[in-house]
Design a protein around this ligand. Structure first.
Ligand code: ZN
Length: 238
């Protein structure tokens, strides 16, 4: 499950440093996050979509469309951002092309997003409200590396959109205690400034959540992620 935000002013930033269980419908939501007025049609655009291959763009599009549809969330626009978009409340995505997936060692994942609806850009976002790190092309060769990079990039994108809807980090729940004890999340906890607002825990800790740093390669929403989104937007249950 998830952490979700519930009221209406927010400027929480969530920085995700994922570079790198089990389950139930639970989640963490920001009680302070501004809600999208129509979660069945959330506007999204891209500030620099041409810096990545069509394969990546389409892959992320398909992943987000298919996964968030499970919660009843759909998107509109889904194109290059236009001038007016920079004055409007819309998820503006920037691709930060910083990795080199043709190296023998490689990184994947990582991103940042505003929590909830906003028209204000991230400080380091060049006009965007959400960015993720990637390379311009997925690795060409089939194999584990390619699979890992794809899964991690999909996961990062779902995670950041989750923030944009109002979800917070599952692994920062005070009752979060995965079976294995520590997970990869630990070192990144202090990037997070969530204490600024009201937080609601929905259900029990969700060890499958895409909002947890313990699941850096989980490229799908958990039942808890869906429950968290529907706690933020009860109209989606209809
Ligand atoms: Zn995050």
């Amino acid at each position: 499950m998830k952490i979700v935000a519930l009221s209406f002013t927010i400027l929480m930033l969530v920085s995700c440093g994922k570079v790198a269980n089990t389950s139930s419908p639970d989640s963490v939501i920001s009680a302070d996050a501004a809600r999208w007025p129509n979660p069945k049609l959330v506007p999204i655009c891209f500030t620099n979509k041409d810096v990545v291959s069509q394969e990546i763009y389409r892959d992320l599009l398909n992943t987000a469309v298919n996964e968030f549809a499970k919660a009843g969330v759909h998107f509109r626009k889904w194109r290059e951002c236009e001038a007016q978009d920079y004055n409007d409340s819309i998820i503006r995505v920037q691709f930060k092309n910083v990795y080199n997936w043709n190296n023998s060692s490689y990184s994947y994942g990582g991103g940042k997003s505003k929590v909830g609806m906003t028209r204000r850009a991230l400080n380091d976002g060049n006009g965007s409200t959400l960015w993720i790190k990637l390379d311009d092309d997925y690795p060409n060769q089939e194999g584990r590396k390619r699979d890992t990079v794809i899964a991690g990039t999909r996961s990062a994108f779902l995670h950041e959109i989750g923030h944009a809807l109002g979800l917070l980090h599952e692994h920062t729940r005070t009752d979060y205690n995965p079976d294995g004890g520590e997970c990869e999340a630990g070192e990144n906890h202090d990037n997070i400034r969530e204490s600024a607002g009201d937080i609601d825990y929905i259900g029990r800790p969700d060890y499958d959540s895409v909002m947890s740093y313990c699941n850096l390669k989980v490229a799908k929403l958990s039942q808890g992620d869906i429950a968290g989104i529907q706690a933020l937007y009860p109209e989606l249950k209809d």
